[in-house]
Design a protein around this ligand. Sequence first.
Ligand code: SAH
Ligand code: SF4
Ligand code: F3S
Length: 459
Amino acid sequence: MAKRLFIKTYGCQMNVYDSGRMADLLAPLGYRLADAADDADMVILNTCHIREKAAEKVYSELGRLKPLKAARARRGGEMVIAVAGCVAQAEGAEIMRRAPVVDMVFGPQSYHRLPEMVARATRAVAKTGAGPGRGILDIDFPAEAKFDHLPAPTATGVSAFLTVQEGCDKFCTFCVVPYTRGAEYSRPADAVIAEARRLVEGGAREVMLLGQNVNAYHGSLAEGGEIGLGALVRRLAEIPGLARIRYTTSHPADVDEELIAAHRDVPQLMPFLHLPVQSGSDRVLAAMNRRHDADAYRRLIERLRAARPDMAFSSDFIVGFPGESDADFAATLRLVREIGFAQAFSFKYSPRPGTPAAALEGQIADEVKSERLSELQALLAAQQRAFNAACVGRSLPVLFERAGRHAGQLVGRSPYLQAVHAAAEADAIGTIRAVRITGIASNSLSGALDGASAAASAS
Ligand code: SAH
Ligand code: SF4
Ligand code: F3S
Protein backbone atom coordinates (compact mmCIF):
# COMPACT_ATOMS: atom_id res chain seq x y z
CA MET A 1 0.00 0.00 0.00
CA ALA A 2 1.28 3.45 -0.80
CA LYS A 3 2.65 5.33 2.17
CA ARG A 4 1.94 8.98 2.70
CA LEU A 5 4.91 11.36 2.71
CA PHE A 6 4.55 15.00 3.68
CA ILE A 7 7.49 17.37 3.16
CA LYS A 8 7.39 20.93 4.44
CA THR A 9 10.07 23.14 2.95
CA TYR A 10 11.52 26.29 4.47
CA GLY A 11 14.24 28.64 3.25
CA CYS A 12 15.81 29.00 -0.15
CA GLN A 13 15.23 27.41 -3.56
CA MET A 14 18.00 24.91 -2.89
CA ASN A 15 15.84 23.44 -0.15
CA VAL A 16 12.95 23.25 -2.63
CA TYR A 17 15.22 21.33 -5.01
CA ASP A 18 16.41 19.05 -2.17
CA SER A 19 12.82 18.32 -1.09
CA GLY A 20 12.05 17.20 -4.65
CA ARG A 21 15.07 14.91 -4.62
CA MET A 22 14.00 13.42 -1.24
CA ALA A 23 10.58 12.63 -2.70
CA ASP A 24 12.32 10.98 -5.69
CA LEU A 25 14.53 8.92 -3.32
CA LEU A 26 11.56 7.71 -1.28
CA ALA A 27 9.24 6.94 -4.23
CA PRO A 28 10.78 3.47 -4.86
CA LEU A 29 10.07 2.64 -1.20
CA GLY A 30 6.39 3.24 -1.80
CA TYR A 31 6.09 6.78 -0.45
CA ARG A 32 3.73 9.12 -2.32
CA LEU A 33 3.60 12.85 -1.68
CA ALA A 34 0.65 14.05 0.39
CA ASP A 35 -0.37 17.66 0.83
CA ALA A 36 -0.88 17.56 4.61
CA ALA A 37 0.77 15.99 7.63
CA ASP A 38 -2.43 14.38 8.96
CA ASP A 39 -2.14 10.63 8.85
CA ALA A 40 1.23 10.73 7.10
CA ASP A 41 3.62 7.78 7.46
CA MET A 42 6.54 10.13 7.23
CA VAL A 43 6.89 13.88 7.72
CA ILE A 44 10.07 15.68 6.71
CA LEU A 45 10.68 19.27 7.76
CA ASN A 46 13.33 20.61 5.41
CA THR A 47 14.57 23.51 7.44
CA CYS A 48 16.38 26.84 7.14
CA HIS A 49 18.79 28.34 9.68
CA ILE A 50 19.52 31.66 8.03
CA ARG A 51 17.77 33.87 10.61
CA GLU A 52 16.57 33.20 14.13
CA LYS A 53 12.90 33.28 13.18
CA ALA A 54 13.46 30.66 10.51
CA ALA A 55 14.79 28.18 13.08
CA GLU A 56 12.09 28.95 15.66
CA LYS A 57 9.38 28.09 13.11
CA VAL A 58 10.68 24.53 13.06
CA TYR A 59 10.17 24.04 16.78
CA SER A 60 6.65 25.40 16.61
CA GLU A 61 5.85 23.11 13.68
CA LEU A 62 7.17 20.16 15.71
CA GLY A 63 4.79 21.22 18.48
CA ARG A 64 1.89 21.01 16.00
CA LEU A 65 3.00 17.58 14.75
CA LYS A 66 3.12 16.03 18.22
CA PRO A 67 -0.65 15.46 18.62
CA LEU A 68 -0.88 14.19 15.00
CA LYS A 69 1.78 11.61 15.72
CA ALA A 70 0.05 10.59 18.96
CA ALA A 71 -3.32 10.30 17.19
CA ARG A 72 -1.79 8.06 14.56
CA ALA A 73 -0.16 5.88 17.22
CA ARG A 74 -3.55 5.49 18.93
CA ARG A 75 -4.90 4.13 15.64
CA GLY A 76 -2.03 1.63 15.58
CA GLY A 77 0.05 3.48 12.96
CA GLU A 78 3.45 5.17 12.98
CA MET A 79 4.40 8.64 11.91
CA VAL A 80 8.15 9.01 11.36
CA ILE A 81 9.18 12.62 11.89
CA ALA A 82 12.42 13.76 10.31
CA VAL A 83 14.16 17.12 10.48
CA ALA A 84 16.36 17.81 7.46
CA GLY A 85 18.13 20.85 6.05
CA CYS A 86 20.19 23.58 7.63
CA VAL A 87 18.72 23.61 11.17
CA ALA A 88 19.34 19.86 11.28
CA GLN A 89 22.94 20.42 10.25
CA ALA A 90 23.52 23.22 12.75
CA GLU A 91 21.57 21.96 15.76
CA GLY A 92 21.14 18.22 15.16
CA ALA A 93 21.88 16.95 18.66
CA GLU A 94 19.96 19.81 20.25
CA ILE A 95 16.85 19.00 18.19
CA MET A 96 17.00 15.40 19.43
CA ARG A 97 17.16 16.67 23.01
CA ARG A 98 14.65 19.47 22.71
CA ALA A 99 12.03 17.67 20.59
CA PRO A 100 11.67 13.97 21.50
CA VAL A 101 8.93 13.73 18.88
CA VAL A 102 11.69 13.72 16.23
CA ASP A 103 12.87 10.32 14.97
CA MET A 104 15.51 11.30 12.45
CA VAL A 105 17.78 14.24 11.86
CA PHE A 106 19.93 14.59 8.77
CA GLY A 107 21.73 17.44 7.03
CA PRO A 108 21.73 18.72 3.43
CA GLN A 109 24.82 16.65 2.64
CA SER A 110 23.45 13.31 3.79
CA TYR A 111 19.90 13.08 2.47
CA HIS A 112 20.98 10.78 -0.36
CA ARG A 113 21.30 8.16 2.41
CA LEU A 114 17.61 8.55 3.23
CA PRO A 115 16.53 5.13 1.88
CA GLU A 116 19.15 3.48 4.10
CA MET A 117 18.05 5.54 7.11
CA VAL A 118 14.42 4.61 6.51
CA ALA A 119 15.35 0.92 6.22
CA ARG A 120 17.28 1.13 9.48
CA ALA A 121 14.33 2.84 11.13
CA THR A 122 11.85 0.22 9.94
CA ARG A 123 14.12 -2.63 11.08
CA ALA A 124 14.32 -1.01 14.51
CA VAL A 125 10.53 -0.99 14.74
CA ALA A 126 10.25 -4.64 13.68
CA LYS A 127 12.89 -5.75 16.17
CA THR A 128 11.95 -3.84 19.25
CA GLY A 129 8.41 -2.76 18.63
CA ALA A 130 9.64 0.61 19.82
CA GLY A 131 9.15 3.93 18.06
CA PRO A 132 10.54 4.03 14.54
CA GLY A 133 14.26 4.61 14.29
CA ARG A 134 14.34 7.04 17.18
CA GLY A 135 17.75 8.60 17.40
CA ILE A 136 19.02 8.47 13.82
CA LEU A 137 21.34 11.42 13.45
CA ASP A 138 23.27 11.86 10.20
CA ILE A 139 24.92 15.22 9.89
CA ASP A 140 28.30 14.27 8.42
CA PHE A 141 29.77 15.93 5.41
CA PRO A 142 30.38 12.60 3.64
CA ALA A 143 33.26 12.27 1.22
CA GLU A 144 31.11 10.78 -1.55
CA ALA A 145 29.43 13.25 -3.85
CA LYS A 146 25.75 13.32 -2.92
CA PHE A 147 24.68 14.13 -6.46
CA ASP A 148 26.11 10.82 -7.76
CA HIS A 149 23.64 8.98 -5.55
CA LEU A 150 20.48 10.86 -6.49
CA PRO A 151 17.95 9.46 -8.94
CA ALA A 152 16.96 11.43 -12.02
CA PRO A 153 14.41 14.09 -11.09
CA THR A 154 10.83 13.13 -11.93
CA ALA A 155 8.33 15.88 -11.24
CA THR A 156 8.84 18.73 -13.65
CA GLY A 157 6.88 21.90 -14.14
CA VAL A 158 7.30 24.49 -16.89
CA SER A 159 10.05 26.06 -14.81
CA ALA A 160 12.44 23.67 -13.06
CA PHE A 161 15.13 24.10 -10.45
CA LEU A 162 18.53 22.55 -11.08
CA THR A 163 21.21 22.67 -8.40
CA VAL A 164 24.63 23.10 -10.05
CA GLN A 165 26.69 24.29 -7.12
CA GLU A 166 26.42 23.90 -3.41
CA GLY A 167 28.13 25.22 -0.30
CA CYS A 168 30.10 28.37 0.17
CA ASP A 169 33.69 29.36 0.96
CA LYS A 170 33.01 33.08 1.33
CA PHE A 171 32.41 33.19 5.08
CA CYS A 172 30.51 36.46 5.27
CA THR A 173 30.69 37.15 8.99
CA PHE A 174 26.89 37.11 9.49
CA CYS A 175 26.10 33.92 7.59
CA VAL A 176 25.56 30.28 8.61
CA VAL A 177 25.61 28.81 5.10
CA PRO A 178 29.32 27.88 4.99
CA TYR A 179 28.73 25.88 8.18
CA THR A 180 25.43 24.26 7.24
CA ARG A 181 26.09 23.50 3.57
CA GLY A 182 29.82 22.95 3.76
CA ALA A 183 32.57 23.79 1.30
CA GLU A 184 31.86 25.01 -2.20
CA TYR A 185 31.26 22.17 -4.64
CA SER A 186 30.39 22.33 -8.36
CA ARG A 187 28.68 19.44 -10.13
CA PRO A 188 30.41 18.23 -13.30
CA ALA A 189 29.14 20.18 -16.33
CA ASP A 190 28.12 17.02 -18.18
CA ALA A 191 25.90 15.91 -15.28
CA VAL A 192 24.24 19.33 -15.21
CA ILE A 193 23.66 19.32 -18.97
CA ALA A 194 22.25 15.78 -18.84
CA GLU A 195 19.88 16.75 -16.04
CA ALA A 196 18.77 19.85 -17.94
CA ARG A 197 18.02 17.69 -21.00
CA ARG A 198 15.90 15.34 -18.91
CA LEU A 199 14.02 18.28 -17.40
CA VAL A 200 13.27 19.62 -20.89
CA GLU A 201 12.17 16.15 -22.05
CA GLY A 202 9.87 16.13 -19.00
CA GLY A 203 8.25 19.39 -20.12
CA ALA A 204 10.40 22.15 -18.61
CA ARG A 205 10.85 25.24 -20.77
CA GLU A 206 12.91 27.14 -18.22
CA VAL A 207 15.65 26.06 -15.83
CA MET A 208 16.74 28.01 -12.82
CA LEU A 209 20.33 27.06 -12.02
CA LEU A 210 20.80 27.04 -8.27
CA GLY A 211 23.72 27.43 -5.92
CA GLN A 212 24.40 29.27 -2.68
CA ASN A 213 27.06 30.94 -4.72
CA VAL A 214 26.04 29.89 -8.18
CA ASN A 215 28.39 32.15 -10.12
CA ALA A 216 31.39 30.60 -8.34
CA TYR A 217 30.48 27.54 -10.45
CA HIS A 218 33.48 25.78 -11.99
CA GLY A 219 32.36 22.38 -13.22
CA SER A 220 34.60 19.73 -14.70
CA LEU A 221 34.16 18.57 -18.29
CA ALA A 222 34.37 14.92 -19.35
CA GLU A 223 36.77 15.98 -22.13
CA GLY A 224 39.03 17.60 -19.51
CA GLY A 225 39.23 21.06 -17.99
CA GLU A 226 36.62 23.14 -16.23
CA ILE A 227 34.01 25.69 -17.23
CA GLY A 228 32.49 28.61 -15.39
CA LEU A 229 28.85 29.66 -15.24
CA GLY A 230 28.96 31.79 -18.41
CA ALA A 231 30.24 28.87 -20.47
CA LEU A 232 27.75 26.50 -18.84
CA VAL A 233 24.93 28.85 -19.83
CA ARG A 234 26.15 28.81 -23.45
CA ARG A 235 26.13 25.01 -23.49
CA LEU A 236 22.68 24.81 -21.92
CA ALA A 237 21.39 27.27 -24.52
CA GLU A 238 22.10 24.61 -27.17
CA ILE A 239 19.44 22.28 -25.71
CA PRO A 240 16.48 22.34 -28.12
CA GLY A 241 13.28 23.42 -26.38
CA LEU A 242 15.00 25.13 -23.45
CA ALA A 243 13.62 28.62 -23.87
CA ARG A 244 14.79 30.35 -20.72
CA ILE A 245 17.78 30.12 -18.39
CA ARG A 246 18.11 31.84 -15.03
CA TYR A 247 20.50 31.45 -12.10
CA THR A 248 20.55 32.36 -8.44
CA THR A 249 22.15 33.36 -6.04
CA SER A 250 25.23 35.21 -7.20
CA HIS A 251 28.03 36.92 -5.34
CA PRO A 252 29.23 40.26 -6.77
CA ALA A 253 32.89 39.26 -6.42
CA ASP A 254 32.33 36.22 -8.65
CA VAL A 255 30.70 37.94 -11.63
CA ASP A 256 33.30 37.53 -14.39
CA GLU A 257 33.65 38.77 -17.99
CA GLU A 258 32.40 35.46 -19.32
CA LEU A 259 29.13 35.74 -17.42
CA ILE A 260 28.62 39.34 -18.50
CA ALA A 261 29.30 38.28 -22.10
CA ALA A 262 26.72 35.49 -21.76
CA HIS A 263 24.15 38.13 -20.78
CA ARG A 264 25.11 40.05 -23.92
CA ASP A 265 25.07 37.09 -26.32
CA VAL A 266 22.67 34.41 -25.11
CA PRO A 267 19.02 35.33 -25.73
CA GLN A 268 17.78 32.46 -23.54
CA LEU A 269 19.57 33.96 -20.53
CA MET A 270 16.95 36.19 -18.92
CA PRO A 271 17.78 39.86 -18.28
CA PHE A 272 17.13 39.67 -14.57
CA LEU A 273 19.80 39.20 -11.94
CA HIS A 274 19.53 38.71 -8.19
CA LEU A 275 22.80 40.17 -6.95
CA PRO A 276 22.86 40.63 -3.17
CA VAL A 277 24.82 43.66 -1.99
CA GLN A 278 23.80 43.61 1.72
CA SER A 279 24.93 47.20 2.45
CA GLY A 280 26.00 50.41 0.72
CA SER A 281 28.61 51.27 3.34
CA ASP A 282 32.22 50.25 2.69
CA ARG A 283 32.90 50.04 6.42
CA VAL A 284 30.01 47.63 6.93
CA LEU A 285 30.85 45.64 3.79
CA ALA A 286 34.39 45.16 5.10
CA ALA A 287 33.12 44.09 8.54
CA MET A 288 30.80 41.64 6.74
CA ASN A 289 33.81 40.26 4.84
CA ARG A 290 31.92 40.77 1.57
CA ARG A 291 35.11 41.15 -0.51
CA HIS A 292 33.84 44.13 -2.52
CA ASP A 293 33.01 47.77 -1.81
CA ALA A 294 30.00 49.82 -2.84
CA ASP A 295 31.74 51.32 -5.90
CA ALA A 296 32.75 47.91 -7.17
CA TYR A 297 29.08 46.95 -7.00
CA ARG A 298 28.04 50.13 -8.88
CA ARG A 299 30.62 49.44 -11.60
CA LEU A 300 29.46 45.87 -11.93
CA ILE A 301 25.86 46.98 -12.44
CA GLU A 302 27.06 49.46 -15.10
CA ARG A 303 28.97 46.74 -16.95
CA LEU A 304 25.97 44.42 -16.89
CA ARG A 305 23.69 47.21 -18.10
CA ALA A 306 26.15 48.02 -20.87
CA ALA A 307 26.09 44.36 -21.97
CA ARG A 308 22.33 44.01 -21.70
CA PRO A 309 20.56 47.40 -21.52
CA ASP A 310 17.22 46.03 -20.30
CA MET A 311 18.80 44.11 -17.42
CA ALA A 312 16.80 44.43 -14.18
CA PHE A 313 18.26 43.83 -10.75
CA SER A 314 17.18 42.41 -7.45
CA SER A 315 19.18 42.33 -4.23
CA ASP A 316 19.36 41.36 -0.57
CA PHE A 317 20.01 43.84 2.23
CA ILE A 318 20.79 43.49 5.91
CA VAL A 319 20.09 46.43 8.22
CA GLY A 320 21.46 46.81 11.73
CA PHE A 321 24.67 44.85 11.22
CA PRO A 322 26.84 45.36 14.36
CA GLY A 323 28.36 48.84 14.33
CA GLU A 324 26.10 50.16 11.53
CA SER A 325 25.77 53.92 12.10
CA ASP A 326 23.16 56.31 10.74
CA ALA A 327 25.75 57.36 8.16
CA ASP A 328 26.33 53.74 7.11
CA PHE A 329 22.61 53.22 6.72
CA ALA A 330 22.34 56.45 4.72
CA ALA A 331 24.99 55.04 2.36
CA THR A 332 22.77 52.00 1.79
CA LEU A 333 19.79 54.22 0.94
CA ARG A 334 22.01 56.22 -1.43
CA LEU A 335 23.15 53.09 -3.25
CA VAL A 336 19.56 51.91 -3.61
CA ARG A 337 18.48 55.28 -5.03
CA GLU A 338 21.34 55.28 -7.53
CA ILE A 339 20.81 51.78 -8.81
CA GLY A 340 17.04 51.34 -8.81
CA PHE A 341 16.01 47.77 -8.06
CA ALA A 342 13.15 45.93 -9.71
CA GLN A 343 12.71 43.83 -6.60
CA ALA A 344 14.55 43.16 -3.33
CA PHE A 345 14.61 41.33 -0.03
CA SER A 346 15.69 43.07 3.16
CA PHE A 347 16.21 41.75 6.65
CA LYS A 348 17.12 42.84 10.16
CA TYR A 349 20.52 41.49 11.11
CA SER A 350 19.98 38.31 13.13
CA PRO A 351 22.97 37.12 15.20
CA ARG A 352 23.61 33.47 14.38
CA PRO A 353 25.37 31.19 16.85
CA GLY A 354 28.94 30.41 15.83
CA THR A 355 29.27 33.19 13.25
CA PRO A 356 31.92 35.90 13.82
CA ALA A 357 29.49 38.84 13.66
CA ALA A 358 27.42 37.46 16.53
CA ALA A 359 30.38 38.15 18.84
CA LEU A 360 31.05 41.69 17.57
CA GLU A 361 30.67 44.75 19.78
CA GLY A 362 28.11 47.34 18.79
CA GLN A 363 25.04 45.12 18.32
CA ILE A 364 22.17 47.36 17.23
CA ALA A 365 18.97 47.77 19.25
CA ASP A 366 15.93 46.10 17.73
CA GLU A 367 13.95 49.39 17.53
CA VAL A 368 16.74 50.91 15.43
CA LYS A 369 16.79 47.86 13.18
CA SER A 370 13.01 48.08 12.78
CA GLU A 371 13.10 51.78 11.88
CA ARG A 372 15.87 51.27 9.33
CA LEU A 373 14.14 48.25 7.85
CA SER A 374 10.86 50.09 7.32
CA GLU A 375 12.62 53.07 5.74
CA LEU A 376 14.58 50.81 3.38
CA GLN A 377 11.55 48.69 2.56
CA ALA A 378 9.47 51.76 1.74
CA LEU A 379 12.13 52.87 -0.74
CA LEU A 380 12.50 49.39 -2.27
CA ALA A 381 8.73 48.97 -2.55
CA ALA A 382 8.47 52.33 -4.34
CA GLN A 383 11.17 51.24 -6.78
CA GLN A 384 9.39 47.96 -7.43
CA ARG A 385 6.10 49.79 -8.06
CA ALA A 386 7.88 52.18 -10.43
CA PHE A 387 9.50 49.30 -12.29
CA ASN A 388 6.16 47.51 -12.63
CA ALA A 389 4.35 50.70 -13.63
CA ALA A 390 6.89 51.27 -16.41
CA CYS A 391 5.80 47.93 -17.89
CA VAL A 392 2.20 49.07 -18.43
CA GLY A 393 1.56 49.51 -22.14
CA ARG A 394 4.53 47.32 -23.11
CA SER A 395 4.28 43.95 -24.74
CA LEU A 396 6.29 41.38 -22.74
CA PRO A 397 7.05 37.75 -23.65
CA VAL A 398 5.41 35.68 -20.93
CA LEU A 399 6.17 32.02 -20.27
CA PHE A 400 2.87 30.61 -18.99
CA GLU A 401 3.33 28.20 -16.08
CA ARG A 402 -0.07 27.31 -14.63
CA ALA A 403 -3.77 28.08 -14.28
CA GLY A 404 -4.59 31.27 -12.41
CA ARG A 405 -7.08 31.68 -9.60
CA HIS A 406 -9.90 32.76 -11.93
CA ALA A 407 -11.34 30.51 -14.60
CA GLY A 408 -9.89 31.10 -18.05
CA GLN A 409 -6.85 32.84 -16.63
CA LEU A 410 -3.21 31.70 -16.70
CA VAL A 411 -0.18 32.87 -14.75
CA GLY A 412 3.29 33.14 -16.19
CA ARG A 413 6.49 35.08 -15.80
CA SER A 414 7.92 38.03 -17.66
CA PRO A 415 11.66 38.05 -18.47
CA TYR A 416 12.06 40.14 -15.30
CA LEU A 417 10.50 37.40 -13.16
CA GLN A 418 7.28 39.36 -12.60
CA ALA A 419 4.18 37.20 -12.29
CA VAL A 420 1.81 38.04 -15.15
CA HIS A 421 -1.91 37.13 -15.24
CA ALA A 422 -3.75 36.99 -18.55
CA ALA A 423 -6.80 35.33 -20.06
CA ALA A 424 -5.58 32.43 -22.19
CA GLU A 425 -6.48 28.85 -23.11
CA ALA A 426 -4.94 26.10 -20.98
CA ASP A 427 -2.89 24.89 -23.94
CA ALA A 428 -0.82 28.06 -23.70
CA ILE A 429 0.84 26.59 -20.57
CA GLY A 430 4.46 25.92 -21.45
CA THR A 431 4.49 28.44 -24.29
CA ILE A 432 5.83 31.96 -24.49
CA ARG A 433 3.23 34.52 -25.60
CA ALA A 434 3.40 38.24 -26.04
CA VAL A 435 1.25 39.90 -23.41
CA ARG A 436 0.28 43.57 -23.53
CA ILE A 437 0.53 44.74 -19.92
CA THR A 438 -2.55 46.66 -18.82
CA GLY A 439 -2.40 46.77 -15.03
CA ILE A 440 -0.33 46.25 -11.92
CA ALA A 441 -1.25 44.73 -8.58
CA SER A 442 0.99 44.72 -5.51
CA ASN A 443 3.16 41.86 -6.66
CA SER A 444 2.11 41.05 -10.18
CA LEU A 445 1.12 42.38 -13.57
CA SER A 446 -1.98 41.71 -15.60
CA GLY A 447 -2.46 41.94 -19.32
CA ALA A 448 -4.01 40.54 -22.46
CA LEU A 449 -2.57 38.30 -25.15
CA ASP A 450 -1.14 40.52 -27.82
CA GLY A 451 -2.94 39.15 -30.89
CA ALA A 452 -0.56 40.24 -33.63
CA SER A 453 2.68 39.20 -32.00
CA ALA A 454 1.32 36.22 -30.06
CA ALA A 455 1.60 33.92 -33.03
CA ALA A 456 5.00 35.28 -33.99
CA SER A 457 6.60 34.72 -30.61
CA ALA A 458 4.80 31.53 -29.65
CA SER A 459 7.13 28.60 -29.63
N1 SAH B 1 24.52 33.28 -1.03
C1 SAH B 1 23.76 34.42 -1.08
C2 SAH B 1 22.63 34.51 -0.07
C3 SAH B 1 22.54 33.59 1.10
S1 SAH B 1 21.34 33.85 2.33
C4 SAH B 1 24.68 35.62 -1.04
O1 SAH B 1 25.85 35.50 -1.09
O2 SAH B 1 24.24 36.74 -0.94
C5 SAH B 1 20.14 34.95 1.71
C6 SAH B 1 20.16 36.28 2.36
O3 SAH B 1 19.83 36.18 3.73
C7 SAH B 1 21.50 36.97 2.34
O4 SAH B 1 21.76 37.58 1.12
C8 SAH B 1 21.35 37.97 3.45
O5 SAH B 1 20.79 39.18 3.00
C9 SAH B 1 20.36 37.30 4.39
N2 SAH B 1 21.03 36.86 5.62
C10 SAH B 1 21.99 35.92 5.73
N3 SAH B 1 22.39 35.81 7.01
C11 SAH B 1 21.68 36.71 7.72
C12 SAH B 1 21.65 37.09 9.09
N4 SAH B 1 22.44 36.54 9.99
N5 SAH B 1 20.75 38.06 9.46
C13 SAH B 1 19.95 38.65 8.56
N6 SAH B 1 19.94 38.33 7.25
C14 SAH B 1 20.80 37.38 6.84
FE1 SF4 C 1 26.44 33.38 3.09
FE2 SF4 C 1 28.17 35.12 2.13
FE3 SF4 C 1 28.25 32.59 1.32
FE4 SF4 C 1 26.23 34.15 0.57
S1 SF4 C 1 28.40 34.43 0.03
S2 SF4 C 1 26.09 32.07 1.33
S3 SF4 C 1 25.94 35.44 2.34
S4 SF4 C 1 28.69 33.34 3.37
FE1 F3S D 1 18.33 28.60 4.67
FE2 F3S D 1 20.09 26.72 4.34
FE3 F3S D 1 19.02 27.92 2.25
S1 F3S D 1 20.12 28.24 5.91
S2 F3S D 1 18.64 29.96 3.00
S3 F3S D 1 17.96 26.66 3.68
S4 F3S D 1 21.11 27.24 2.46
